[in-house]
Design a protein around this ligand. Structure first.
Ligand code: FO1
Length: 325
C-alpha cells in the first residue's frame, strides 16, 4: 500500500516515524508544511522539513522533538556575543543543513530536490516532499499585530492572542510534479496529528493542493492532535480557545470536513465517536516512544486499509482497546 502522510511539527514527525516503521521501505511519502520556513542569519530555515527528516533518521533531540540529538550551541553563543539574533535555537550540527540548503537554493536547485538530497544523505528510505517549491509564509494575526510564524511561535512563545492565521503566497503557489504524483499514487492519505491551523492548513491553503486532495481516489484519514481537551504539544488548544472554537477533536473533524473519510480518536475521547459522521477508530494516540509510534502507525494503516477496501460504512465506529481501558 502506498501511503502519503501530511505532516508538520513534532506531533506529525512522531506519527511519520511510526508509519515508516510499520511500512516496507519506500511505501511512505511525507508531504510537509513549509509555511514555518523563514530567513534567519541570511539562511533559509525549513523547521518542519528538518524535524521530519531528523525524526525519520532517528537523530532528533528526543526531549524537544526538533533539532538534533547531542547538539552543541557554540555558534549561537558566539552570534549572541556579536549582537546577532539569538532567540532561535540553531545548533551547530543543525546549522550545516541550513548552510547546505541555502547554498543549493542559491544555485537554483528546487527545495524538492534539495530535500531529497538531504534525506538520502541521512539514509532515509521515505520520500520527503515540501508542500511547494514556491514560498508560502504563515502569518499569525494576533492582539500584538501580525507576526511571522517563528516570531509568534519561538520568539513570543505563542503568548500573543491569536485572532486568525493566513498564508502569504498560497494563492500563487504551485504544486511540484512530485507532490502531484504522490497524491495520484497514494492508496491511503493520512493527516498526521499536527496542529490543524499551523501545520496542515498551510498545506491545504494551496488551492491546487486542496483540489487534488478532494479529487484523490485514496481515502483520507486524520489522526487527532487533541486528546482529553488539550493538545499533546504546542498551541493548538490555546488557539482553538482564542479563536472561539471548542477545544475538541470535533473541531478538527469540522476543519477537515470536506476531505475526511475516516478519523482516529483517542480512547480518552471515545464518548465523541457517535458525533463524528465518518468511520472512527478509537485507540491510544499518545506517542511516547518508538513502540507507541509504531503501534499507532500500524493501527492507522489497518483502519485505512479497511476504508480502501470499502468498509466500514459511513457512521460506523471501529473500537480498539476501548473495552479494555
Ligand atoms: N522551537 C522552539 O520552540 N525554540 C527554538 O529555539 C527552536 C529552534 C529550532 C531550530 C531548528 C528547527 O528545525 C526547529 C526549531 N524549533 C524551535 C522548532 C520549530 O520552530 C517549531 O517547532 C516548528 O516550526 C513548529 O512546527
Amino acid at each position: 500500500m502506498n501511503v502519503l502522510a501530511l505532516a508538520g511539527g513534532v506531533g506529525g514527525a512522531k506519527l511519520a516515524t511510526g508509519l515508516q516503521a510499520a511500512l516496507p521501505p519506500g511505501a511512505l511519502t511525507l508531504l510537509v508544511n513549509t509555511g514555518d520556513d523563514f530567513e534567519h542569519w541570511g539562511l533559509t530555515i525549513c523547521p518542519d522539513l528538518d524535524t521530519v527528516i531528523y525524526n525519520l533518521a532517528g537523530v532528533n533531540n528526543p526531549e524537544t522533538g526538533w533539532g538534533r540529538a547531542e547538539e552543541t550551541f557554540t555558534t549561537l553563543r558566539a552570534m549572541s556575543l556579536l549582537g546577532g539574533e539569538d532567540w532561535f535555537g540553531l545548533g551547530d550540527q543543525d546549522l550545516a543543513i541550513h548552510l547546505r540548503r541555502t547554498e543549493w537554493l542559491r544555485q537554483g536547485i528546487s527545495l524538492t530536490e534539495i530535500t531529497d538530497r538531504l534525506r538520502r544523505s541521512l539514509g532515509i528510505s521515505t520520500a520527503v516532499l515540501p508542500m511547494s517549491d514556491t514560498p508560502v509564509r504563515t502569518l499569525v494575526h494576533t492582539d500584538e499585530g501580525d507576526l511571522p510564524f517563528q516570531h509568534y511561535f519561538v520568539r513570543r512563545r505563542c503568548e500573543p492572542l491569536v485572532i486568525d492565521v493566513s498564508f502569504v503566497g498560497a494563492d500563487e503557489a504551485q504544486m511540484s510534479e512530485a507532490a502531484q504524483e504522490a497524491i495520484a499514487a497514494a492508496d491511503l492519505i493520512v493527516f498526521c496529528p499536527s496542529n490543524p491551523y499551523l501545520s496542515i492548513d498551510p498545506i491545504l491553503s494551496i488551492p491546487e493542493m486542496r483540489a487534488s486532495l478532494i479529487r484523490a481516489t485514496a481515502p483520507i484519514v486524520a489522526v487527532t492532535p487533541i486528546v482529553g481537551g488539550s493538545a499533546l504539544k504546542g498551541p493548538a488548544a490555546k488557539m482553538m480557545r482564542e479563536m472561539g472554537q471548542m477545544i475538541s477533536p470535533l473541531t478538527v473533524v469540522d476543519r477537515y470536513a470536506d476531505l475526511l473519510d475516516g478519523f482516529v480518536l483517542d480512547r480518552q475521547d471515545a464518548i465523541l465517536r457517535d458525533s463524528i459522521d465518518v468511520p472512527v477508530l478509537v485507540t491510544n494516540t499518545v506517542m511516547t516512544d518508538l513502540d507507541s509510534k509504531t503501534i499507532l502507525g500500524r493501527e492507522t494503516l489497518a483502519f485505512g486499509a479497511l476504508l480502501v477496501a470499502g468498509a466500514p460504512a459511513q457512521g460506523a465506529a471501529l473500537d480498539k482497546n476501548v473495552s479494555s481501558s
